[in-house]
Design a protein around this ligand. Sequence first.
Ligand SMILES: C[S@@+](CC[C@H](N)C(=O)[O-])C[C@H]1O[C@@H](n2cnc3c(N)ncnc32)[C@H](O)[C@@H]1O
Length: 342
Amino acid sequence: MGSKYALLPVLHDVFSSVAPVSADDPEGEGGAVRPATAIDAFSGSGVVSYLMKAEGRRVVSNDFLAFPAVIARASVVNGSTTLSDDLVDEICGPPADDRDIVRRTFDGVFFSADDRAFLDSAWSHVDRLDGAERDLAIAGLVLAAARKQPRGVFTFTGARYDDGRRDLRMTMAEQFRAAVQAYGATVFDDGLAHEAVEGDVADLRRPPADLVYLDPPYAPPRDDADYMKRYHFLQGLAVYWRGQTIMTETKTKKIVKLFTPFAYPRTVDDALVRTFEQFADAGALVLSYSSNAVPSRERIEQLMRTVKPHVEVRVVDHTYSFGTHRTATRTAATEYVFVGRD
Ligand SMILES: C[S@@+](CC[C@H](N)C(=O)[O-])C[C@H]1O[C@@H](n2cnc3c(N)ncnc32)[C@H](O)[C@@H]1O
């Protein structure tokens, strides 16, 4: 999901330099040591929120899609719960009811009949859970489906990009077991009250944080960056399509997209300015952006300087791979990390 996984060492370095977590943090009002705070405003896969937590910060994780919020609740907010083997066996066992949204809607669209049936059946158990157990189970289903789908995106049907890699050969149930184990291994308790919010960044109002990280969609010069088109299946699966409008006439049975001004060349400049102003009080403002997108590096520096006079840019060369190993095209792009300070 355009995950920043590969960039985490760079981000860790940047975060440490702008807002270090140290023993002599400013005193809070009650005289207690105040934890360092961070906002991950476009959290996606949640890996950056998790980095912030691992660095000892109190984290607010935000995204306007449902599945990033579930992942952040399971892996960042949750400090103690994991799924027992018995519960995982039950979820992977016979269905608790005869629900069939996945089988009915996605027959011939995504996955094998067995894998589709597993998702319906697993949800029949997940619906009886609540709290962190429910979040972990849903996060596990989302990760399993992402791994089972060639290239991890849901813009095409069938197995066109199936290269026989292990992820695709494992069944959905096996993927689910592996995923809940992986999420379970991330859980640790630091005693801090983290938050996961599902909402538009424009509505996120929080007291000034030491560090605000912005990783919006990158607006391509032509076209738009539509996250719903790529990840609609994960969005639907995270809520079992409740409250989501499926466009039944589309080939991939996608969900109606959520407008975001960051996705379009026409509206992105204004959206960036408004977001910079919204978080102008942050100790440091960090933005990831790509050289393949608009606006340009120079323009972004200029816009960020309107709220943070000192802007530094780290340049990271990055190679994206598309397709299978035989047909892969490698696209070189430069990833910028803008760091704004007072
Ligand atoms: C580039 S991805 C973030 C990737 C993330 N940093 C990671 O490492 O996985 C951009 C994210 O912004 C979210 N998004 C787009 N527009 C938004 C908006 N207006 N408010 C909140 N989230 C938005 C998308 O759902 C998507 O998850």
